[in-house]
Design a binder for this molecule. Structure first.
Ligand code: GDP
Length: 196
């Protein structure tokens, strides 16, 4: 898999500090506590590559992990945590939107959502910022183990119907970090982006 050799590369908190390299980047984003760190740890089979938060909203840096000499995983700061002061929230909003809209090396965005709370306002804002670039977007509905198989599929179908209508190029899948559901599907989709 693409993710097997992941190692920490650099953390930045300003656009000007974004690293120079000859590769491409796959970004992961999501509301804080959606399960993004767990997704990254599961895909890379690292228990602690990305910090799994006890305090939501804690990851305030853009963390880069190197997957290959020409491929980087970019862990974007979680959004939507109510206790973050407004100035910091605005800083991150501007950083995220600028990174997503202007980063040439960025190949695609993986949006992580808790399957029990999909497509919140800030998730739609991320989609709106990014889909104008015409780059690939994939949604992972994680914590699927928290619902019955039937409930999970009902949510998957509802989200799919919404995307077909409003964001037809965006794909979506079920995922669970605790039950390792959806790892192969995520690998396959991201590999397609990288190989194209
Ligand atoms: P982040 O803030 O988006 O990086 O979210 P974390 O990965 O830190 O996860 C937030 C909380 O959800 C933690 O308590 C995790 O143990 C839990 N969690 C994450 N993924 C899953 C999952 O697939 N299933 C279950 N049951 N819990 C999960």
């Amino acid at each position: 898999s693409l993710f097997k050799e992941a190692s920490f590369y650099i953390s930045v908190n300003k656009l000007i500090d974004l690293p120079l390299h000859d590769g491409v980047e796959i970004a992961f984003a999501g509301r804080s506590n959606a399960g993004k760190s767990s997704v990254i740890n599961t895909l890379t089979s690292h228990k602690k590559l990305a910090f799994v938060s006890k305090t939501p909203g804690r990851t305030q840096l853009i963390n880069f992990y190197q997957l290959r000499s020409d491929l980087f995983l970019v862990d974007l700061p979680g959004y939507g945590y109510a206790k973050v002061p407004i100035e910091i929230r605005n800083h991150w909003k501007s950083l995220l939107s600028k990174y997503l809209q202007t980063r040439k090396e960025l190949l695609g965005l993986v949006l992580i959502m808790d399957i029990r709370h999909p497509l919140k306002d800030l998730d739609l804002q991320m989609l709106n910022w990014f889909t104008i670039t015409d780059k690939s977007v994939h949604i992972m509905l994680t914590k699927a183990d928290k619902l019955s198989r039937q409930q999970a599929n009902i949510t998957l179908n509802k989200v799919t119907d919404f995307l077909v209508l409003h964001y037809p190029a965006v794909s979506v899948q079920l995922f669970s970090s605790t039950k390792t559901v959806g790892v192969e599907e995520a690998n396959r989709i991201i590999k397609c982006w990288v190989d194209n």
